[in-house]
Design a protein around this ligand. Structure first.
Ligand code: NAD
Length: 467
């Protein structure tokens, strides 16, 4: 028997389950194929477990610094028991996974347990634990995600060399760690392990950490890492390593080396472009493994879309959600506005946190904008002082208007306490194409961390209050 749907999604991570849930909410009859666990990398091996383990680091910092607030732990130095944190992590994951399954069931989404292979004529064969099932749909969405990359010479063995997949099950705090790659994953893990008590060497091939982030923000994070004794080396390519007796020596740069107990590989994620068969289809996978799509996320095969980490847009869960919803609207003929990758929100959960939306100062200049910039440090903010968490700044990049004043807001960049939760109004300002004058007219609650954004925008009007 051949099963039929209006929409069949292959891959149940954020991009795939968003397409399924949103499609079902519009009244489409939806099927969802998943070979592992619904929730994908984000829920099981990415965002959620990483942030849970980073929260353990945050609690540890709070307890460690408690005496500054007159709160005593007696003679006891706080210690972290990762087995407890791992259990808590799993409880968080399980409760969210349960919620997701209920949502899918509540919207009558048919979930197929197995690996889907797309062939000609929109036929998907699902190979599951109980044999093969053939499913056909008017529209197919490929959302097969990505896996961690490694570099030549480093074999991931789960003990000496790990990726995020293995690190997220960590039970013992390693003494000395080399983190290779200072993108979002590398910076989050370097920060987390440093809080746990590991000695960290962070190695990045490019000239700055967090490539693509505004240089003032990356610089502030790097200085903060330096104060926390994280040893950051930029502009150094890692060449290889020499394991011996349970430790290894990582070679990098010009004849530099560091001996460590653990290597964390954080050099990007490999799209799983060819994991869904695609034989006898016009779906094209490029030489990097991404499925090729146009601006409307359509592949070369009519009626077949691709979303999430498997396409060459920012590999972020919330971009996956947006893409999943976008294709449903496209299928329904609603002519949605294509997503602009330059204005999506970015949130990095290191300590201090980083969050931004829109153009960096350098990217704005490169794009030909005449820019006006203002930045304010959290050291001048009352709430940050109360929290005892003053590292970081807010930077706003605006376009100079015809009168020579700061006009439209092009980019908002934050590094500091709860930056990820503060980004909201900056994200709206950029995407609403608001001007500095429009945003400056709004009242910011006091005392808050987020009033720093208002203060920075106010400064761009030429009439700052506090700075
Ligand atoms: P990334 O591509 O963002 O960073 C990898 C870094 O490794 C780069 O800066 C690169 O220059 C460096 N690198 C590569 N080879 C190297 C070598 N041989 N020696 C030294 N440095 C080397 O990738 P990532 O941090 O692994 O993250 C993967 C994806 O997941 C990214 O798209 C990222 O944005 C996303 N992600 C985002 C978040 C978040 O936003 N909080 C968290 C996790 C992952």
């Amino acid at each position: 028997m051949t099963l039929r749907h209006d929409l069949l999604v292959v891959g149940g991570g954020p991009a795939g389950y968003a397409a399924a849930l949103y499609g079902a909410a519009t009244g489409l009859d939806v099927g969802l194929v998943e070979e592992g666990r619904i929730g994908g990398t984000c829920l099981h091996l990415g965002c959620i477990p990483a942030k849970e383990l980073l929260e353990t680091a945050s609690v540890l910092r709070t307890v460690r610094d408690a005496s500054q607030f007159g709160v005593s732990t007696g003679d006891h130095k706080p210690v972290v028991d990762l087995s407890v944190s791992q259990q808590r992590k799993q409880e968080v994951i399980d409760s969210l996974a349960g919620g997701l399954s209920s949502l899918l069931a509540g919207r009558d989404v048919t979930v197929y347990d197995g690996t889907g292979r797309l062939g000609a004529d929109h036929v998907v064969t699902v190979d599951g634990p109980n044999g093969s099932t053939v499913v056909v749909a008017d529209h197919i969405v490929l959302a097969t995600g990505s896996t961690p990359r490694t570099i030549p010479g480093f074999e991931v063995d789960g003990t000496l060399v790990v990726t995020s997949d293995e690190l997220l099950s960590l039970l013992e705090v390693p003494d000395r760690v080399a983190v290779i790659g200072a993108g979002a994953i590398g910076c989050e893990f370097a920060s987390m392990l440093a809080d746990y008590g590991s000695t960290i060497t962070l190695l990045e091939a490019l000239p700055e950490i967090l490539p693509g982030c505004d240089t003032d923000v990356a610089g502030a994070l790097q200085r903060s890492f330096h104060r926390r004794q994280i040893s950051v080396h930029t502009g150094v390519v890692v060449h290889g390593h020499d394991p011996a007796g349970g430790v290894t020596t990582v070679r990098f740069g010009n004849d530099e080396a560091v001996e460590v107990d653990l290597v964390v590989m954080a050099v990007g994620r490999q799209p799983r472009g060819d994991s869904a068969g695609l034989v006898d289809t016009r779906v094209v996978v490029d030489d990097r493994g991404f499925i090729q799509v146009d601006g409307r996320l359509r592949t070369g095969e009519p009626g077949v879309y691709a979303v999430g980490d498997v396409v060459a847009t920012p590999q972020l869960a919330h971009v996956g959600f947006a893409e999943g919803m976008f294709v449903v609207k496209d299928i329904l003929g609603e002519a949605p506005t294509p997503l602009d990758p330059t204005t999506v929100p970015w949130c990095i959960y290191s300590h201090p946190e980083v969050a931004f939306a829109g153009l960096t100062e350098a990217a704005a200049v490169e794009a030909g904008h005449d820019v006006v910039v203002s930045s304010h440090r959290f050291a001048g903010n009352g709430r940050a002082r109360i929290l005892g968490d003053t590292d970081g700044l807010v930077k706003v990049v605006a376009e100079r208007d015809s009168a020579g004043r700061a006009g439209r807001i092009l980019g908002v960049h934050l590094v500091g306490p709860w930056a990820t939760e503060q980004l909201g109004q900056g994200y709206l300002a950029v995407n609403w194409e608001a001007t500095v004058d429009e945003v400056a007219a709004f009242i910011q609650p006091h005392p808050t961390l987020s009033e720093m954004f208002g203060e920075t925008v106010l400064a761009l009007t030429g009439r700052a209050l506090h700075g």
